[in-house]
Design a protein around this ligand. Structure first.
Ligand code: SAM
Length: 279
């Protein structure tokens, strides 16, 4: 049983789950199988795992792929992993904060002989968003399978006119096709966290929006959602020096009510509005 093995390993190495690193170890074999089943791995593909923990998922990834590159922040766990994973010769362990590594450099170094790169991670909740931002900046990553806190998963896949739709949902819809493929109870972890989780399948796609300056566009998305209760016109005019009257004319010429809020617009509509204003 994974739960006993996890307890044994922690006690053998005199370790405890560190809260500051978001350590909640997966102990549910069905969830592990779901992750592997949805990762579309084969012996040609390389895997990046963020936060291998004591290596439960890592072993399965190693058996199903060409190689696994793991980033683990906790030095104590690296010592454990060296032993628990010693049978697998296709695992590379890096003891570093994933947010600090030069991902592009590492991909060049380790994955030149792999057909594709898949990212798999049971993410520490406190850094989910920056990790996703970092992954989406790396062009060679096309598929990401991640476990996130349920509320975050709902926001990442949020649809217009729902309470979960926000700037992050628009970014995800702009860059990816993402879906929740499993609900995961908090009891699937040791120790159990205070929240439930979901598994997300993120496929990075090329869109046809052709925005000239992506950074400016992504900033615009944040601005449109800056204060949820404010109208689109108020949020935009408060940040950019554009007269409200000019904005109102544009908004009405596009067929929207002057009081419309960003949460009612699809990603296509937000792109269109951005282009009319800035490009
Ligand atoms: N993958 C293991 C599992 O499923 O049982 C552990 C998951 S646990 C939720 C998160 C893991 O990420 C921990 O091992 C933690 O030490 C590691 N971690 C936390 N912050 C990190 C960071 N910034 N970079 C790399 N690893 C990190």
């Amino acid at each position: 049983m994974i739960v006993n093995r996890t307890k044994d390993i922690l006690s053998k190495y005199n370790l405890y789950a560190k809260k500051k690193y978001g350590q909640n170890f997966l102990i549910n074999p069905q969830v592990l199988n779901k992750i592997i089943d949805n990762s579309t791995l084969n012996k040609e593909k390389g895997v990046i795992e963020i936060g291998p923990g004591i290596g439960t998922l890592t072993e399965m990834l190693a058996l199903n792929s060409k190689k696994v590159l793991c980033y683990e922040i906790d030095k104590d766990l690296i010592e454990v992993l060296k032993e628990t994973l010693s049978e697998h010769k296709n695992i590379i362990l890096i003891n570093n904060d994933f947010l600090k590594v030069d991902l592009q450099e590492d991909i060049k170094k380790y994955f030149s002989d792999c057909s594709d790169i898949v990212v798999v991670a049971n993410l520490p909740y406190y850094i989910t968003t920056p990790i996703i931002f970092k992954l989406l900046q790396e062009e060679s990553i096309k598929k990401i399978i991640i476990m996130v806190q349920k509320e975050v998963g709902l926001r990442l896949t949020g649809k217009p006119n729902t309470k979960d739709y926000n700037a992050l949902s628009v970014l995800m819809a702009y860059k990816t096709k993402s879906r929740i493929f499993a609900n995961v109870s908090r009891n699937s972890f040791l120790p159990a966290p205070n929240v439930d989780s979901v598994l997300l399948d993120i496929e990075v796609v090329k869109n046809d929006y052709k925005v000239n300056n992506e950074d400016n566009f992504l900033e615009f998305v944040q601005v449109t959602f800056m204060q949820r209760r404010k109208t689109l016109i108020n949020n935009i005019s408060a940040y950019y020096s554009i007269e409200k009257e000019d904005l109102m004319k544009l908004i009405e010429s596009l067929g929207y009510d002057k009081d419309i809020r960003a949460e009612s617009l699809t990603v296509e509509e937000i792109v269109n509005l951005y282009k009319r204003l800035f490009e």
